[in-house]
Design a protein around this ligand. Structure first.
Ligand SMILES: Cc1cc2nc3c(=O)[nH]c(=O)nc-3n(C[C@H](O)[C@H](O)[C@H](O)COP(=O)(O)OP(=O)(O)OC[C@H]3O[C@@H](n4cnc5c(N)ncnc54)[C@H](O)[C@@H]3O)c2cc1C
Length: 445
């Protein structure tokens, strides 16, 4: 782990927060030749992307997957070094008829008949679905990147969007059951433009987890920042001054020509009084068991919604090193809304997991539980500039993070990149893509 505890010194840019947005902003600035300091209030990098070792099990802080199709992830790290262990491309769906395995048409052809059976039951809806997802099947050029063209997609919530598209019945229920565990919200109230982007990444990539936990991502990103990273250092205030900014921290004042505020939504609200999107919460329960309840690494959902879980998966079917030899690790996640109380008690979550897999869970051992009330910033319709936003405040402070973008790793990483790109010209630096590393041109001012 990269960590520095000495006091942060002055720099070109001070980055507040070492989640993936802050780490990405810092990396782009550093590669371009800027002097960067990163201050992080907690004891490790990663923000919401953390993992712990618990009795020989690798336990992520909430069920979280990395999608190799995220363009910003591919730009941020060498994916090969993450050692991603993919889940099976598809979904296992529990309904009254039993457990159906629906496969990705290209990546899990073995499971295709089940998926087709679900669609062919109503060919009209299959056609409506194709029409609805068409905007994400074609990509247009924006600068040097290929991005889907969503400008013509009405900026409605998913509920209204699916109504307008004529998508209903089991197909809609399956889509919503899958999405609930991704957007950690009632899917109907999420912006459909964002949902379409999510579906595009699932069509293009097969999500997985690094062999020893999702923490591998921020740790890899932090490696080049050795000596510039200050853990357990909290920013208390950010002040714009004549020649830049002053950030007062628990370890003294840092002066810089500019600041990137990459704190989470609540942190940005505290520091800069920025309006924050409503948070969405999740509770993830981890169980150890000697017998895996499923033979494959599919994420499982309950179409009947007969319990609190929005999804469950056998982690060790994708990533065997998440448990000691001979043992398995299972996760179950439920939405955590204020007052959820007993509805998400461990026993209820375990019972529901048992119903989904169709197994007895009496012998499962609870080994960890994460209640995360601020897991994701909500993204209701209209999405507006959240699909591409970064906020510039008073010239020398730029705000990034998933609360300014889409609530995802892609959103956080790309907003970190954009924040850095916004500052580079002010620092008289070229983007690392546009010249040699550390191409320092004449500094302004
Ligand atoms: C349970 C869960 C599951 C998820 N699943 C997925 C998934 O499957 N796929 C996906 O793409 N995304 C997923 N996400 C979302 C993804 O993890 C986040 O969107 C992303 O990590 C946000 O990164 P960030 O850098 O914007 O914010 P954060 O990770 O919150 O980082 C902000 C950092 O700022 C620090 N900070 C705050 N205030 C201060 C201060 N005053 N001084 C110093 N430091 C400060 C915080 O300690 C934190 O480290 C999930 C999130 C959760 C919680």
């Amino acid at each position: 782990m990269v960590a520095t505890h000495r006091s942060p010194s002055d720099a070109d840019v001070v980055v507040i927060g070492a989640g993936v947005a802050g780490l990405r902003a810092a990396a782009v600035l550093h590669e371009a030749g800027a002097e960067v300091v990163v201050i992080e209030r907690s004891d490790a990098v990663g923000g919401r992307v953390r993992s712990d070792d618990v009795d020989g099990y690798v336990v992520d802080r909430g069920f979280q997957v990395l999608n190799p199709a995220y363009p910003a992830l591919r730009r941020a790290v060498d994916l090969g070094r993450l050692g991603l262990q993919p889940f099976t491309a598809g979904l296992a769906v529990r309904d009254d008829a039993g457990l159906r395995r629906l496969g990705h048409p290209a990546r899990a052809p073995r499971l295709l008949p089940g998926a087709l059976a679900a669609l062919v039951r109503n060919p009209g809806e299959a056609f409506a679905l194709l029409r609805w997802v068409r905007p994400i099947l074609v990509a247009g050029r924006a600068g040097h990147q290929l991005v889907p063209r969503l400008d013509h997609v009405p900026d409605l919530d998913l509920h209204a969007g699916l109504d307008a598209a004529g998508i209903d019945g089991e197909l809609r229920a399956t889509l919503e059951a899958f999405l609930a565990g991704v957007v950690l919200d009632e899917p109907g109230r999420v912006a459909q433009r964002y949902v379409l982007l999510v579906l595009r990444t699932f069509l293009l990539g097969n999500p997985g987890v690094p062999a020893r936990g999702v923490r591998a991502l921020p740790e890899l990103m932090a490696a080049p920042l050795t000596g510039r990273l200050h853990l357990e250092t909290e920013a208390a205030s950010v002040r714009t001054v004549a020649d830049g900014v002053e950030v007062s921290t628990s370890a003294g004042t840092v002066r810089a020509r500019a600041a990137v505020c990459a704190a989470d939504a609540a942190g940005a609200l505290r520091l800069l009084d920025l309006p924050a999107p409503e948070p969405r919460g999740v509770v993830t329960q981890w169980w150890a068991t000697d017998e895996a309840p499923a033979a494959d690494a599919l994420v499982h959902v309950d179409l009947r919604r007969r319990g609190p879980l929005v999804n469950t998966a056998v982690m060790t079917r994708a990533a065997p090193a998440y448990a000691p030899p001979g043992s398995h690790l299972v996760q179950g996640s439920a939405l955590l809304s204020p007052g959820a109380g007993d509805a998400v008690a461990e026993q209820r979550m375990r019972t529901h997991a048992g119903e989904i897999y169709g197994v007895d869970t009496a012998h499962w051992r609870p080994i960890a539980r994460h209640e995360i009330p601020e897991a994701l910033p909500a993204l209701p319709a209209p999405a507006g500039d959240r699909l591409g936003g970064v906020v510039a405040l008073e010239g020398s402070v730029v705000v990034c993070g998933d609360h300014r973008s889409t609530p995802s790793l892609q959103g956080a990483l790309s907003s970190g990149e954009r924040a850095a790109r916004l500052l580079l010209p002010r620092l008289g630096l070229a983007h690392p893509d546009h010249g040699a590393r550390a191409a320092r041109v004449a500094r302004a001012g």
